[in-house]
Design a protein around this ligand. Structure first.
Ligand code: ATP
Length: 539
């Protein structure tokens, strides 16, 4: 079962160093996060997989890395200065600000309906270029990477000698002054996008739109989000962005947040190239573009078959790296029972849970709302305690639960059982796992075992192909759990057999390889390890 609560992922991400709030020692910065040692590996692996699939494994793609700062005119003609707005409302009661389309007329903070009329709020961040702050010196931080591709269309076309159809891929930072950043990595103010602008002959755009939809669904499956977990939202005309003829949003069901967009696949027509072109009147544009007297280029393609210059249509698959990472972590997360709990021990936790819930029911310290929420969650757990015991932690983390004295007793009863009978495992596709292989010595103070384990690590890490680490900071069982939790697909143990001092001399020169998902163990000769792991860590 995937994660049942976003809190599980937030806690894991913090505990194991995937994600930290930005500037935490100064109280943080809302809607901005830092990627820690494991987070940067996972993020880089997602980006590398996307790049490999979309650039290297196709014959019709080029890459690009355009700057974040661009001439302000880009945002004038792209339409962002005028239309990149969200509707902002203020709550007159508690003074909080919200996005009108997210709250259905009621302030989520205080429940008041006394809200101002929505007014447009432009989401682009401004910054100043050069030493003089005047109206001519500001620029925007790009709110999407796409425009860097459009303004380089002619550069890429001439230097690569591409024929239509072809595409340009780019991964990079984008910035949006979101009114309410929230839900961890889902809605932030600084994020990374993986975008493709795919240029096609007008008239073939609808067919290419469908082809990209299929290609993108296949990629999500490849990185661990099954087709059955994605819903395609065919965006209704009234909701389309100003540049779009048709858009498919790929939606994933996140715990707590619900079904939400992870990628948009838009048919942007000839809007963007047309808007950034000079001589627009001669271009037979179909989109309603902004009249442009500043551009010095015609962004056209010479079609030899017809002998005409055409403005290509564009299909844009655009995905956020953070939303992707959150989805793969939610999808891969499991807290599972590894060995049955003796009946009397489970019964004792059941009693502690009941006593806690009774105390919650009687407590005068809690608000009615907090009490009802805890009781409802507690009732769910009572029904299936053996499978869901680890969720006791979430129950005790609910608002108000810390006021109940018996919570401590419940935690005291449940925690040792959780530690002994469950494991947290992140079933990431091996290709995305931050660490591919962890090598452990059975005894950390045995010189030959330690030296062999370190040599195995160095051998596997050589050439930089598989991120391999050495760890001797605990007993083997504990080390397995630490790796399960961060998604490491293989653990290797070097023991007395490996160094020829065990019971079975035939095992000399072999190690134990343990599989994260099945927990099965296999003896593999050290000499064959690399071949054994090479394909498996890229699965
Ligand atoms: P939303 O409606 O959720 O605000 P959007 O439709 O504005 O998203 P697009 O402009 O289509 O998003 O951006 C493409 C992708 O960039 C999105 O599918 C998402 O993965 C990512 N993205 C957009 N805004 C954010 C954000 N504030 N935080 C994280 N990722 C984002």
């Amino acid at each position: 079962m995937p994660a049942t609560s976003l809190d599980q992922i937030v806690a894991l991400a913090k505990r194991r160093g995937f994600i930290f709030p930005s500037s935490e020692i100064y109280g943080g910065l809302q809607g901005v996060y830092d990627y820690g040692p494991l987070g940067v590996e996972l993020k880089n692996n997602i980006i590398a997989d996307w790049w490999r699939t979309n650039v290297y494994e196709r014959d019709d793609m080029e890459g690009l890395d355009a700057a974040i700062l661009m001439n302000r005119l880009v945002w004038k003609y792209s339409g962002h200065e005028e239309t990149f707005n969200d509707p902002l409302v203020d709550c007159r009661n508690c003074k909080m600000r919200w996005r009108a389309d997210h709250i259905q007329g009621v302030c989520p903070n205080c429940g008041s309906r006394d809200l101002t009329e929505p007014r447009p709020f432009n989401m682009m961040f401004r910054t100043q270029i050069g030493p003089v702050a005047d109206s001519g010196s500001f620029a925007y931080l790009r709110p999407e990477t796409a425009q860097g591709i459009f303004v380089n269309f002619a550069n890429v076309l001439t230097t690569s000698a591409r024929k239509l159809p072809f595409g340009i891929a780019q991964v990079g930072k984008a910035f949006r002054n979101e009114i309410n950043p929230r839900n961890f990595l889902f809605r932030v103010r600084e994020f990374e996008q993986m975008e493709i602008e795919y240029f096609v002959m007008p008239g073939t755009d609808e067919e290419w739109h469908q082809r990209w939809l299929e290609a993108r669904l296949a990629w999500w499956e490849q990185i661990g989000i099954p087709r059955s977990r994605i819903t395609i939202y065919d965006v209704p005309t009234a909701e389309l962005a100003h540049y779009s003829k048709r858009t498919f949003d790929l939606m994933y069901e996140y715990p707590n947040i619900g079904v939400q967009e992870i990628e948009g696949i838009a048919n942007r027509t000839d809007y963007d190239l047309g808007s950034h072109s000079k001589d627009q009147a001669q271009l037979n544009l179909t989109a309603r573009v902004n009249h442009n007297e500043d551009s010095i280029a015609r962004l056209t393609y010479f079609d030899q078959a017809s002998g005409r210059h055409v403005v290509p249509y564009v299909i844009e698959p655009s995905a956020g790296v953070g939303r992707c990472m959150l989805a793969v972590m939610c999808e891969g997360y499991a807290e599972e029972l590894t060995k049955a709990i003796p009946g009397e021990k489970l019964a004792a936790v059941g009693e502690a849970l009941n006593a806690f819930l009774k105390s919650v029911g009687r407590s005068e310290k809690l608000s009615g709302e907090a009490r009802d929420a805890i009781l409802a969650r507690g009732e769910e757990l009572t029904q299936a305690l053996a499978e869901r015991l680890p969720e006791v932690e979430q129950l005790l983390a609910m608002p108000g639960a810390d006021q109940i004295e018996l919570g401590k007793k419940l935690r005291g009863q449940a925690q040792p059982l959780i530690d002994e009978h469950y494991r947290t495992v992140l079933r990431l596709k091996p290709r995305l796992a931050p660490i591919k292989v962890a090598v452990f010595p059975l005894k950390r103070n045995h010189e030959e075992i330690v030296a062999t384990a370190k040599a195995v690590r160095r051998q596997l890490q050589a050439g930089g192909r598989m991120r391999t680490i050495y760890d001797d900071t605990g007993a083997i069982g504990k080390l397995y759990r630490r790796q399960d939790e961060i998604g490491t697909p293989f653990c290797i143990t070097v023991d007395f057999d490996t160094i020829g001092q065990g019971k079975d001399p035939a095992l000399a020169g072999t190690v134990t390889v343990r599989d994260r998902d099945t927990m099965a163990q296999e003896r593999v000769p050290i000499a064959e390890l690399e071949a054994y792991l090479r394909d498996r860590v890229n699965a």
